[in-house]
Design a protein around this ligand. Sequence first.
Ligand SMILES: Cc1ncc(COP(=O)(O)O)c(C=O)c1O
Length: 381
Amino acid sequence: MIYLDNAATSWPKPDSVPRAMAAFLREWAANPGRGGHSMSIEAGRRVLAVREKLAAFFGVRESDRVVFTLNATHALNLAILGYLREGDHVITSDMEHNAVSRPLTKLRQERGVEITIVPGAASGCVDPEDIRRAIKKNTRLVVLTHACNVTGTINPIKEVGRLLRELDIAFLVDAAQTAGHIPINVDEMCIDMLAFPGHKGLLGPPGTGGLYIRKGLHVLPLMEGGTGTHSEEERQPAAYPERHEAGTVNSVGIVGLGAGLDFLTEKGLEKISEVETELQERLIRGLNAIEGVSVHLANSPRVCTASFNMDGIEPQEVAYILDQAYGVAVRAGLHCAPWVHAAMGNAGRGSVRVSPGYFTSLEEIDDFLAAIQEIADERRR
Ligand SMILES: Cc1ncc(COP(=O)(O)O)c(C=O)c1O
């Protein structure tokens, strides 16, 4: 299988990831933070070590402000539903995944939250000036994706962050497509909340993710319940990270995520980014050279993801042929981002998304391009 669906979840993982998970499960998988015995203490220590690694990775000073979640969707729901109140105004873009657009729409319908959607999908990125112009007296939050999950194009997070910090408006960034691919520093980028998956660029297993919440920001918990500490309190404790970690955390997954992070830091993000840039340049150059193929925003700066359409053949059919006849895994459709496709004039159709990863070889890109060439030739005949 040539796996080109890393934007959905990365595969393969470094060998150290399943190894660390199996060893932890075999030796130490007591309930972290739920007992005074040695196994529980050791499990808690290992979960804490990963929290500290994540904090260091994103330039977070207080690691207790990094809370573990199941995935990026969980993190985004926690941030959006926990922060916005009735009467608030929120600004977002048409580049968002529905892990952002759905909770926002729910708040508009159920809590009277006002939403302004600025453009970005058609041009490749939002213009910070559009955000400045959209700000109102009751604007309390701006939510932006760091990179579009359909086209891979990148938003100017630092510029928007600086603008919002001056105005004291909270900034939530969806780093689903950038964490582990390009550097993120929450201080330098003036990010107040950062939602990230553990299972994509950070190379951890499915079922992992997290949310950084800046100290001083008041975010209500999504769930209440067991934290292993503060048991005398009737409601969810105020202390972080327990406030947002009700119930037993996915310790096995978190340990795997720690191994993924170790791999990334050993290689260095610069090296990872260099490899991925070479892959995406070859991919886009190759696709552009095939008659009847149109790559969306082919010339924009991007992460290692691209979407395209082919003349005379639907995206789902392309993906099906690639899978069945060539053993190539890509994703077709709207990619959970209907706003993006609507803005690109592609609403009814969707696109084919190709997302290589660090472990993809240049030969695999060539094999994929040869398959697309054959499909295009066949269609013209
Ligand atoms: C931009 C973006 N946001 C959010 C998500 C949701 O991530 P998860 O699958 O970890 O819930 C994705 C997943 O593809 C994404 O691409």
